[in-house]
Design a protein around this ligand. Structure first.
Ligand code: GDP
Length: 138
């Protein structure tokens, strides 16, 4: 089933010069880029995006990190996009990520882990709508 998911190339990966390599991996895995935008985000914007994590101990640090520099917002489409992107990303902690995954190759720590991907259909819908207007999703 053709499905859309939301992804972010996080500030660590952009800072380290991995944007092109990560986009190439996404392309090679068969995703269509529906929308793409490089920008910086504010602390409050990060807090709204990650509101489901607001009780977790790392929430503050995570939002500071996500607003620490430019990132790349993406809407991606393919069959089974949500699960397939999660597989391509690898485990949250790059130390536990499988060989060949984006986090294994490009991430440095459990927080600065190179890429975000929606974890379910409801989350994907919220996350796409949080960053992109309908007219941008072509
Ligand atoms: P994901 O779905 O694999 O991105 O992981 P989660 O939804 O559990 O967490 C969201 C993001 O919070 C992760 O991608 C990390 O950037 C960060 N994070 C998760 N767990 C930890 C942790 O234990 N410590 C810190 N500092 N950051 C974390």
């Amino acid at each position: 089933m053709l499905q859309r998911t939301f992804s972010i190339i996080k500030p660590d990966a952009v800072r380290n010069g991995y944007t092109g390599a990560i986009l190439a991996e996404i392309d090679r895995a068969g995703f269509r880029i529906v929308a793409i935008r490089k920008q910086s985000i504010s602390g409050p914007q990060a807090e709204g995006f990650y509101h489901v994590h607001k009780e977790r101990p790392f929430f503050g640090d995570l939002c500071v990190f996500m607003s620490s520099g430019p990132l790349v917002l993406l809407v991606l489409e393919k069959d089974n996009a949500i699960a397939d992107l999660r597989k391509l990303m690898g485990a949250t902690n790059p130390a536990n990520a499988e060989e060949g995954t984006i986090r294994k190759r490009f991430a440095g720590s459990i927080q600065e882990n190179a890429i975000h991907g929606s974890d379910g259909e409801d989350t994907a819908a919220f996350e796409i709508g949080y960053w992109f207007a309908a007219y941008e999703l072509i």
